[in-house]
Design a protein around this ligand. Structure first.
Ligand SMILES: [Zn+2]
Length: 70
């Protein structure tokens, strides 16, 4: 018997619980996803990038409007 290093509970084997390993893996993936999103948001703070993105978005919206009104 050992102790799971993730939930600190007694484990039947010397390894961590498979459930705990899976849970931790998902948590890590979520953290990485958050980091990626934060990085993208940081890029968006650059006024030049932001302007281009908004311009593209507005252009896209304007085109949509035109198509609808016709
Ligand atoms: Zn565990």
């Amino acid at each position: 018997m050992g102790i799971c290093s993730i939930c600190k509970k007694i484990c039947a084997t010397d390894n961590d619980h498979l459930d705990c390993i899976e849970k931790r893996r998902i948590e890590l993936e979520n953290l990485q996803l958050k980091d990626t999103i934060t990085e993208k948001l940081d890029l968006g703070k650059d006024p030049n990038n932001m302007g281009e993105e908004i311009k593209a978005l507005l252009g896209h919206m304007a085109r949509k409007k035109e198509t609808k009104s016709e």
